[in-house]
Design a binder for this molecule. Structure first.
Ligand code: GUN
Length: 309
């Protein structure tokens, strides 16, 4: 029997409908909407699409979102200047600096930018103060993607307490906060990565498997315990026809989409996993919509905290 679909679009709509009245109430109370400042440096096409989605969703939910653009040639000091201005702005409760930054800014640019954010406005949850709060299980602002995964699991009635969970990937943005959030909900958590020996067998122990490695269709049926809940965080755009043909059978809808668009968004989980897993989040329509809505939720949280609760 194919896996139950963990429907991220439906869960995101549910959260958005809860958020809208809370946003309206903040606006009525303070005379202004919660405000998000998004900083976009350069012209990375994927970032353009993400930022457009965030602005649209913010507007639909009653938040204010302003995009500050800098050219790819901007210096790190210029970017830090924009961050400083947003830190001091009265109308911006949240700040998001879209990753990736242009390589020319230097290898440690992202870290320096995250360190420069006012932790109270850090709606990405990337500032070391917020990461520290997360470790101690008292965070208000947690990275949107892993907190979206938790919402998806909980609202789809997947039991986390007591479950064995495996997180594939150890990034600061997804893997590490994901593992902590699962741990705080009483899962027994293993973090797997490129040096994990016998990765398939370790993953196959898990009742909840979260894949966040950015390698299209890497997680095949052999990685998955029958009946497990599998969450696919990977989003990779594939333009190589042979790669698409290796993953999807002839005549499938996904192949048709590739033919139409010339590219296909593919997750970390191979489609054959649907035959083994008990529940599976699709790509697209799984974690992606939740990431956006959790960012809006964090912006409202930051706004309420700044307005005194
Ligand atoms: N780029 C891809 N995902 C993210 C995210 O969650 N936050 C930021 N700031 N940039 C990203």
């Amino acid at each position: 029997m194919p896996a139950r679909v963990l429907d991220g679009t439906a869960v995101a709509n549910q959260i958005r409908s809860e958020l809208a009245p809370a946003v309206a109430s903040f606006t009525a109370r303070t005379g202004r909407p919660p405000g998000l400042g998004i900083v976009l440096v350069g012209d990375d096409p994927a970032s353009e699409i993400y930022v457009r989605g965030k602005v649209k969703s913010a507007g639909e939910t009653g938040l204010r979102a302003d995009v500050e653009r800098l050219p790819a040639t901007a210096s790190l000091d210029q970017l830090l200047g924009v961050v400083d201005r947003l830190n001091r702005s009265d109308v911006h409760d949240g700040i998001l600096v879209q990753s990736p930054l242009p390589e020319a800014m230097g290898a440690d640019a992202e870290r320096r930018v995250f360190d420069a954010l006012d932790p109270a406005k850090d709606v990405d949850g990337f500032h070391p103060v917020n990461v520290g709060y997360l470790v101690q299980n008292r965070a208000a602002l947690v990275a949107s993607t892993p907190s979206g995964v938790i919402e998806l699991l909980e609202r789809s009635h997947v039991t986390i307490a007591g479950a064995r969970a495996a997180v594939l990937g150890r990034s600061d943005i997804v893997g590490k906060p994901m593992a902590l959030l699962l741990l705080h909900r009483h899962a027994t958590v293993t973090i797997c990565h490129s040096r994990t020996s016998n990765l398939r067998a370790v993953a196959r122990e898990a009742d909840i498997l979260v894949a966040a490695i950015g390698r299209p269709a890497f997680v095949t049926a052999e990685f998955v315990k029958p009946g497990a809940a599998v969450v696919d965080v990977g989003i990779t755009a594939i333009r190589d026809r042979q790669a698409v043909e290796r993953i999807y059978p002839a005549g499938s809808r996904r192949r048709e989409t590739f033919e139409r668009r010339g590219s296909l968004t593919v997750g970390d989980v191979h489609p054959e996993v649907a035959e083994v897993a008990g529940a599976l989040s699709p790509v697209p329509g799984g974690v992606g919509p939740l990431t956006v809505v959790m960012l809006l939720k964090n912006t409202l949280t930051a706004a309420n905290q700044r307005a005194g609760g």
